[in-house]
Design a protein around this ligand. Structure first.
Ligand SMILES: NC(=O)c1ccc[n+]([C@@H]2O[C@H](COP(=O)([O-])OP(=O)(O)OC[C@H]3O[C@@H](n4cnc5c(N)ncnc54)[C@H](O)[C@@H]3O)[C@@H](O)[C@H]2O)c1
Length: 267
């Protein structure tokens, strides 16, 4: 068990990536605080971890609201005795082009993806510093943060901002033995999220035939990653195995970003 005795906060615990990472950290022995603005996502993720034999707490919290974030971190400390790991995963996906994007939608996406990560990092890091406790903070980015995707201006901008947020926060926190790294997922196979939704007592999401075919054709690995692949990478970054790794971006993208752009590997 690589994370025995550690306490982790994971934000955005839907049955997809956040739920997968939360369960993956718990499987390695971490106690997990599952945080989501949708109370069902926080509660069901925590219940699922407990059913699997782990320790967990679900907290409803909007990560853009500083008062809610400070209360959430305070509750995590009171209930579990401190925090060692934070995974900033909550995010709003998708969007529109720069020509179409309404200001309100842009502002909310920037607030959740960038400001939410800033607020959770700030308050968890303050607690770690106050308690003299080393820690690992992980920021979930996206391949869309590395490249310009058409029709996705707010998402690409915020995820790209998170890459350098990670480096700058890593510099601020290095002397406190708090490491900050990002993890880059990409278009994600939907099967595992569907299975997790069913395991949490939800109806199986409808299968959208062909939805991921373009991505599958272009990814060098020939298949898309699943949340469990991100979870394993998060366990590594959170664990003492990565004790000298900070300010780094770990891409779990089947080679998508490394690929020479005109090559179609799986046509
Ligand atoms: N799914 C993909 O293909 C993919 C690819 C690359 C990166 N990512 C990133 O992975 C992360 C998770 O994506 P996902 O596909 O699981 O999405 P998802 O929509 O299933 O999960 C996002 C979760 O964040 C929560 N959330 C949104 N706003 C919040 C707020 N203000 N406060 C607290 N919680 C909030 C939502 O309720 C939801 O549960 C995101 O950061 C996303 O950008 C996803």
């Amino acid at each position: 068990m690589k994370l025995a005795g550690k306490v982790a906060i994971v934000t955005g615990t839907s049955p997809n990536i956040g739920g997968g990472i939360a369960e993956g950290l718990a499987d390695e022995g971490a106690s997990v605080v599952c945080v989501d603005q949708v109370p069902e996502n926080a509660r069901q993720c925590a219940e699922s971890i407990k059913r699997r034999g782990g320790q967990a707490l679900g907290i409803a919290c909007d990560v853009t609201d500083e008062a809610q974030v400070t209360a959430m971190v305070g509750r995590a400390r009171e209930s579990l005795g401190g925090v060692d790991i934070l995974v900033n995963n909550a995010g709003i996906l998708g969007g529109l082009s720069v020509l179409e994007m309404p200001l309100e939608r842009w502002s909310r996406q920037i607030a959740v993806n960038l400001t939410g990560t800033f607020l959770c990092t700030k308050h968890v890091a303050r607690l770690m510093v106050a308690e003299g406790r080393p820690g690992s903070i992980i920021v979930i980015v996206s391949t869309a943060g590395h490249q310009g995707q058409a029709g996705n201006i707010g998402y690409c901008t915020s995820k790209s901002g998170l890459l350098n947020f990670t480096r700058a926060a890593a510099m601020d926190l290095a002397k406190h033995r708090i490491r900050v790294n990002s993890l880059t997922p990409t278009a994600t196979d939907r099967e595992e999220a569907a299975e997790r939704a069913v395991a949490w007592g939800r109806p199986r999401p409808e299968r959208r035939e062909g939805a991921m075919l373009d991505f599958q054709k272009m990814v060098p690995a020939g298949r898309l990653p699943s949340p469990r692949h991100y979870a394993r990478a998060a366990v590594f970054l959170a664990s003492d195995d990565a004790e000298m790794v900070t300010g780094f971006d770990l891409r779990v993208d089947g080679g998508a970003i490394a690929k020479y752009w005109p090559w179609i590997p799986n046509a």
